[in-house]
Structure formats: structure tokens, C-alpha cells
Design a protein around this ligand. Structure first.
Ligand code: CUA
Length: 309
């Protein structure tokens, strides 16, 4: 097993070897070409010589590139295995990309944005997810670039040996806010790390009123959550997260308009799902009917869901 930090070294070494081999090839082929153009110009070589077969030459030009390619493959494979296999004692930090920011989630669901703080001297495993479209976590200092894919968890790991501060980018074009998906990776001592994590707020839990609970039960019974997530995950329909009171872009009669999510909007969305369609979605929902009391319960649930953010 390689030493920590050697994923950087193995990647850089391979990169350097490929560059050097490419330069040597480029230069020698170019020189040979220029030499041949000059040496065998019609003036110096009026009658062309016909050459047929040269098995020694053929063996050499087959064997040498094969060996070089196999060397590239071997080094690449070794390095790949190393960066894919996470040490068992790694500290797990969840990284979630969404339009257009990163959430870093530590133990007990404590969360930070804009900065990923980790301790040195310990392998760190990043468990990477996306709430919407494809993003990509890139930490150039540790040669990390791993996509954040909806409905999938990908991973990366690295280990730092000393304090430092590095950039984290999104390297998959994900919409207008793509360039804002920047964060800092801060590497601190294990003691500072513990202190820092303990200071992060614990996640709020959803506390529903009696009416809110009735609303939740109604949505559960009608299988609304099958297509509409509560946590921002993209499903067939748009998520309920942060829904109440938001302004959203919808298509009504083929026209793009802004609407405010209020009681009237929710009622319309339930009774005539095809009337206003949220941009980026297709309407596949059937029509539902509720009584006024039931509607009040659903509104209450959505309002309380909004409050936990
Ligand atoms: Cu997220 Cu680009």
C-alpha cells in the first residue's frame, strides 16, 4: 500500500511520464520528417528506391509502443485502484451539490456551506450526491474530480498531512450559478476540527402541529411523496422543500410566467395539474380533490415544512 498523499504523487508521476514520452515522440518524429523532406528531395534523390518488408523494423515499431502503452496502463490502473479503495478507518463527510451551492454534512447531520473543514493525519472519505442536476466536485490540490450524480452516491478520498487551505470547484456546467459553486477546503488539526464540528448547529427536526400531521397523512395516503420529495431530491414532480411562499417559474398556456406559491396555487396544482407546469418538468399527474378542511391541513403541512429550513 502506498503512503498517504501518494495518490497525488502517482497521478503526477504518470502525468509527467506521459508528457515526457509525448514530447520525445513529437520532437523525434518532426525531426525525422524534416530530415526526410530535405534529404530525399527530387534534386538530391531523383530516382525513388522501392523498399519492401523489413521484419526487424516492424518488430521494433510494434514492440516498443506496446511496452510504452502497457506501462501507461499499469501505472494508471495502480493509481486508479488506490484512489477508488477507501481505507476502512476514513472519516466520512457527505458532500451534496445543488443549484448552486455545496452542503458539507458531518456527524449528527451538522452542516456547513462554503467551507469543507477536515482534520489532517486521517483519511477523509467524501460521499458525494446531487439534489438536482450533475455537478462535479473538484479539489485540484488533491487531484480530485468526481461527479455528483442525482440518485446516486459517488465517492472520493484523500489524506492531508498538514494544515492548509485549498479551493473546491464545481467542474460540470450546471446552469447560470455554476461559477458560484466555489468553496474552501480547510485542513486543520484534529483538535480544531472536533471543536469546529461541535460548534455547527444541529439540523432542525420537523415538528408538526396536529393539523400539519393530518396534512402529511393525506399526502402520504394519496402517494404524493412518490413523485414529490420533501428534501429537495428531484423526482418525477418538483420537490416540496421550501415550496410555500416561493416564487416559481411555470408554463401556463404555453407562456412562461412567475407565480407565488400560496393557497390558490396549491389548490390549482392539485385540481388542474396540467394548468401550470413547473419549468423543467412534464405533467404526468392526475387530478385530485380534497375538502376545504383537508386543504387547510395540506397548506399547514407545507407551511410547517418550510419553517424547518
Ligand atoms: Cu454545479 Cu457546476
Amino acid at each position: 500500500m502506498m503512503n498517504p498523499g501518494n495518490s497525488i504523487q502517482s497521478i503526477d508521476t504518470l502525468f509527467l511520464i506521459i508528457i515526457v514520452v509525448s514530447i520525445v515522440m513529437l520532437v523525434s518524429i518532426t525531426i525525422a520528417m524534416i530530415y526526410f523532406v530535405f534529404r530525399y528531395h527530387k534534386k538530391r534523390n531523383p530516382v525513388a528506391t522501392q523498399i519492401k518488408d523489413n521484419w526487424k523494423l516492424e518488430v521494433i515499431w510494434t514492440a516498443i509502443p506496446t511496452i510504452i502503452m502497457l506501462l501507461f496502463f499499469y501505472l494508471g490502473w495502480e493509481g486508479y485502484l488506490y484512489i477508488r479503495n477507501v481505507p476502512a478507518d476514513a472519516l466520512v463527510v457527505k458532500v451534496e451539490g445543488k443549484m448552486w451551492e455545496w452542503d458539507f454534512i458531518y456527524k449528527d447531520g451538522r452542516k456547513s456551506k462554503k467551507e469543507l473543514v477536515i482534520p489532517f493525519g486521517k483519511p477523509i472519505k467524501l460521499e458525494i450526491k446531487s439534489a438536482d442536476v450533475i455537478h462535479s466536485v473538484s479539489i485540484p490540490a488533491y487531484r480530485i474530480k468526481v461527479d455528483a450524480v442525482p440518485n446516486q452516491t459517488t465517492h472520493a478520498w484523500f489524506q492531508a498531512d498538514k494544515k492548509g487551505e485549498y479551493d473546491l470547484f464545481c467542474t460540470e456546467y450546471c446552469g447560470t450559478g455554476h461559477a458560484d459553486m466555489l468553496a474552501k477546503v480547510k485542513i486543520v488539526s484534529p483538535e480544531d476540527y472536533e471543536r469546529w464540528v461541535a460548534n455547527l448547529p444541529l439540523p432542525k427536526v420537523l415538528k408538526l402541529s396536529e393539523l400539519g400531521k393530518i396534512g402529511e397523512t393525506l399526502l402520504t395516503k394519496n402517494r404524493c411523496f412518490a413523485c414529490h420529495s420533501r428534501d429537495g431530491t428531484r423526482k418525477q414532480g418538483s420537490s416540496y422543500k421550501g415550496l410555500w411562499g416561493m416564487n416559481r417559474k411555470v408554463v401556463r398556456n404555453g407562456e412562461e410566467i412567475d407565480v407565488k406559491v400560496d393557497e390558490d396555487y396549491v389548490r390549482r396544482a392539485i385540481e388542474q395539474p396540467g394548468y401550470e407546469i413547473v419549468i423543467g418538468y412534464n405533467n404526468i399527474m392526475k387530478t385530485y380533490q380534497f375538502t376545504d378542511d383537508e386543504y387547510q391541513a395540506i397548506f399547514t403541512y407545507l407551511k410547517e415544512l418550510k419553517d424547518i429550513e
